[in-house]
Design a protein around this ligand. Sequence first.
Ligand SMILES: [Zn+2]
Length: 305
Amino acid sequence: MRPTVFYHESSLRHDTGSHPETAARVERILDHLHSASGGLDLRSPRAASPEDVGRVHTETHIARIRDVAHAGGGHLDADTVVSPDSYTAALYAAGATLSAIDAVLAGDAPAAFALVRPPGHHARAGVAMGFCLFNNVAIGARYLVEEKGLSRVAIVDWDVHHGNGTQETFYRDGKVFYLSLHRHPFYPGTGAADERGAESGAGTTLNVPLPATTSSEEYRRIFGEAMGEVADFRPEFVLISAGFDAYREDPIAGLNLDIDDYGDLAARVRVACSEARGIVSSLEGGYNLEALPKCVAAHLDGLDE
Ligand SMILES: [Zn+2]
């Protein structure tokens, strides 16, 4: 059974202008999944409530995104844009991750994918950055812990950039294990191997910085080893920050992954964490409009048991 896909049309109305993180990304993915064999279980998510978002972000931050959107939009930093519909889109992006979690926990879906924008993993508690407004996956992890009562959640982040916002959110939180493989040195600059968490979270952050020359074979091997450490944490649920910008021909980033690698990575997560109650992945980066839909399809095939 193909993973269920949660999608809301507001994701197309987050208008970034001339920008690599564009609505065409989601449109191309939808078109490709609709045309693929095996059918598509596409569902509409709920919007995240301010309470959901507030488990990660400050009230001031949430109000700023809302107010800038309602005032007609603007730039929050050099590359992070808010348009009039961006607040709505951001609530549905977080909400899609929550609806996907609900469906998987309820047994309605074996695994689920939140096809969302804006992406999330750079967003910090009080700061939007790197195209990200609200941290969708972090909001999902907090929901699993605080609303669903789980005590061990893993976040696996294979976006080519380090998820600084996610790391910071859970750095002292022993209930959420954060794994990131990323190009380094690279934007946003964080994610050194010696950043391993602190206090109750000591040992529950695992960064694997990689040089730009890392081959697909090396990446798979290193990812497999890192997943062993995630499995040792015995996560009850796994969230994937699924960015596809480590693809070899990504226009703004690029490591050396190929389309098939995304199926392999998903399968490794599924096998390593077979005791978990479910896996939900949420779209982060990935800017090659030709390859991105195929990378997503390969990823969903890899999640499929
Ligand atoms: Zn990225």
